[in-house]
Write a protein that binds this ligand. Structure first.
Ligand code: SF4
Length: 329
């Protein structure tokens, strides 16, 4: 790890001023940045500690839910309103990490996680366009592609994004609230993480001179039902092989509105837009038609040799999340 300067700030304006320094990086819970520094992914010249900014409130009202970027995962997961109206968020957070990590890691930091592609974290010993632009892609050049994308990848990178929370927020149509020198702007979470195209080194829509101050989810008409399912290789603490977040409105057993996002399959939370349209009017009891509706969103899946299983697994996970959300059974 290279030597770096450190400063602890107490206001957003002070933070923005420090972000003008080349090589400055923000740190809150430290559960991501410190790993990046140890793994050689980042070597900041200045670490800006933002833990004292006070952006940790969890507020709800007629306009919806607003979570401060510095709220910890465990505080949000335990919040009564989140558990009553936004269960999908609480469930995703609970399944995200160990209790120790959830106590330290923040909501903003969770969304800024970098891919768990093993070649990205191999300390530049293998080609990786995301880490060293133009170096190649070890995954696509004969590597193991089990954990990689079936949607949204490119010839330059097929990495997936690891945040469970982002998947849940995408199904809620949430936005990331961003502050910069030009003021405040909002980025829908479903598009916040960039697709790689030919520039996989750019991870998100957040610019180097900006910070996340909050996440907002619109108010939910009651009783909106939601559920998050995470399929992983061990139950205790692991990243998703695939996951699904479903938010559904029903009248009786008829689906009147559904939103589904899946994780572990793309460089960003992947909304099943076609399926959402096809699901309206179907009965939750009509399993064959629900499966067919979900499958409509997989027509343009592009699995790799090592992850063809994800096409079927992701569809089954989405069906389960939807039916669990709608029926509770
Ligand atoms: Fe790097 Fe992306 Fe290829 Fe992984 S998939 S090795 S992150 S370029």
């Amino acid at each position: 790890m290279k030597a770096f300067d450190y400063v602890r700030v107490s206001t957003v304006d002070e933070t923005l001023a420090h972000l003008r320094s080349p090589g400055a990086q923000l740190m809150a819970g430290g559960t991501e940045l410190v790993n990046w520094m140890k793994e050689g992914i980042e070597s900041p010249g200045l670490v800006v500690d933002i833990t004292n900014l006070g952006l940790d409130s969890i507020e709800s009202g007629p306009d919806g839910l607003r979570i401060g970027a510095l709220a910890t995962m465990s505080d949000v997961q335990a919040d009564p309103v989140v558990n009553r109206d936004f269960q999908v968020v609480a469930q995703a957070l609970l399944r995200s990490a160990s209790a120790q990590l959830r106590n330290m890691a923040t909501i903003g930091g969770n969304l800024m996680q970098r891919t768990r592609c093993p070649y990205f974290r191999a300390n530049a010993s293998l080609p990786c366009n995301k880490l060293v632009p133009g170096s190649g892609c070890a995954a696509l050049e004969g590597g193991v592609t089990t954990s990689h994308a079936i949607f949204g990848g490119s010839d330059h990178c097929v990495a997936t994004h690891p945040s469970d929370l982002a998947v849940a927020l995408a199904a809620l149509d949430a936005s990331v609230v961003i502050r910069g020198d030009q003021g405040t702007r909002r980025s829908p979470i479903a598009g916040f993480h960039r697709l790689p195209a030919d520039q996989p080194e750019y991870h998100t829509e957040l610019r180097a001179d900006e910070l996340i101050v909050a996440v907002e989810a619109p108010a939910v008409p009651s009783p909106r039902k939601s559920h998050y399912i995470k399929v992983r290789e061990r139950a205790s603490y692991e990243f998703a092989v695939v996951s699904a977040a479903a938010v559904v409105d029903v009248e009786g057993s008829t689906i009147t509105d559904a939103r589904i996002a899946i994780g572990g399959v793309a460089p960003r939370p992947w909304r099943l837009w076609q399926a959402e349209t096809a699901l309206r009017g179907l009965s939750l009891d009509d399993a064959p038609r629900i499966r067919a509706a979900i499958a409509e969103s997989f027509a343009d899946a592009r699995p790799l040799p090592g992850n063809r299983f994800k096409v079927d697994l992701a569809q089954r996970t989405a069906v389960r999340a939807l039916r669990k959300a709608g029926t509770g059974a």
